[in-house]
Design a protein around this ligand. Sequence first.
Ligand code: TMP
Length: 208
Amino acid sequence: MGRGLFILFEGCDRSGKTTQSTRLVKALNDAGIKAKLLKFPDRTTAIGKMIDGYLSQKTKLDDQAIHLLFSANRWEAMDQVRAELESGTTLVVDRYAFSGVAFSAAKRLDIKWCKAPDVGLIAPDRVYFLDIHPDDAAKRDGYGEEIYEKREMQIEVRVKFFSMMDSTWSIVDALKDPDEIHRQIMMLTKQAFKRHKESPAPIAKLWM
Ligand code: TMP
């Protein structure tokens, strides 16, 4: 059996990543493909709890310190991620290092500095960018509860995401009907499996 695929969902806040990543995992499992959902930040670990305190505005941290905690929260999951992929499980991930860079660079931290701690993480096979304009995201339920859910910040975050895109990314219009988005993501994922079957690629490292 070959390795699983490493598929990411990225996007601004309230773009529907959680809904769509959950649906993708269920659809893959229903089709007999072993798949699991991961989410970053993983707020259940000791590092994740510090991140949660910061995001929910209970504690304050320097921009640099919170950036490194987000990265550490990914690194602490890497052994598990590699083991799952090698055992043939496809991992669908709700946010990853691109969020790390986009959000910190939007706060005017140097983009090269932002990327450095995540260099060498497992690289994604595909990235689905759920694109929504921050003005549309602001109309969605629950918006504004966390520290970064502010218009100017989200506009800058979206620009930073666009600056990092390459051929592994697909931009998906997050304003479309959720069923239609799901169908589009299923089609893209089927293509990714087909390509991987035809020419299997080893697990790669990010930004190396
Ligand atoms: P969530 O709403 O998907 O749980 O993400 C929490 C917030 O954390 C969201 O505003 C994006 C931000 N974030 C970073 O700033 N850096 C990161 O590395 C990650 C994964 C998320």
